[in-house]
Design a protein around this ligand. Sequence first.
Ligand code: GLV
Length: 323
Amino acid sequence: MTKTIFVTRQIPEVGISMLRNKGYVVDVREKSSIPNQKELIKVLKAKPYDAVVTLLTDKVDNQLFDAVPTAKIFANYATGFDNINLEEAKQKGIAITNAPAVSTSEAVAEHTFALMLSLAARIVEADEFVRRGKYIGWDPMNFIGTDILGKTLGLIGAGRIGAQVAHYASGFGLKVIYTDLKRNEQIEKESGAVYYSTPEEILKLADIVSLHVPLMDSTKHLINKERLAMMKKTAFLVNTARGPIIDEVALVEALQNKVIAGAGLDVFEFEPKLSKGLAKLDNVILTPHIASASDTARNEMSTLVAQNIIDFFEGKVPANKVN
Ligand code: GLV
């Protein structure tokens, strides 16, 4: 029987072609909007798909598994898989894969630096100033920012992405300190990163704090009012991981009251909604969850998703099986 695959939204063509070249039938939902659960259930009930490609905006749980009992693999087009109920998948014997392409850590680490440097050099405020026609001549006091050379970068999470950030940081002359559940000897050797056992130590010591942990019960609101108050008043907070790691209401309050100097956010607690007051702040830079959106990374993710499905159909264990 020809294998059939449903893809919940358009992803780069390269992976779709890999699947079609194998002779599989691939149905890609055409609308670019985020499908709601009701729509997904309806479409999955309509055809006995053998696999489903999901996105981080899809809630993948028993409701979807029950809609398409023929599908024994759900391949997530994302590094993170906090949108998936792994326990329910396990109980039903459904394989879940993610797409942790090497190039995604490079892309996310680059975006982390883009946010850091933009905060330090006040790029967004300055761009707006020029666009509004306010630049009437060079002024030695205009938009004085801060250097990052010699500053301390504190990483909360030192997996693939955190390690890549540490790697770039050594080139920028940043001192790197980090915390994680376990030590990463590679970044200690390669980037001179110094390990601390608690996030509190990082928050107190760092000039820039960057988050690189997955979203789990234990990391939800890891950055809350109390922990924000531990940071230096001059510090920046960067989040390219997952929005709910930060209590966003507490962050808005901290930014309004200058408890910290600024924040660069690619992800939001109630994505795509922003907490009240966030978009009004000058000391925050906001990007729409695009840290991994480099052409290389997105194409590599597409090939990984396809390869995971191909391997599964061919009786091999997919390289990125997470359950
Ligand atoms: C993006 O956030 C991803 O998890 O790939």
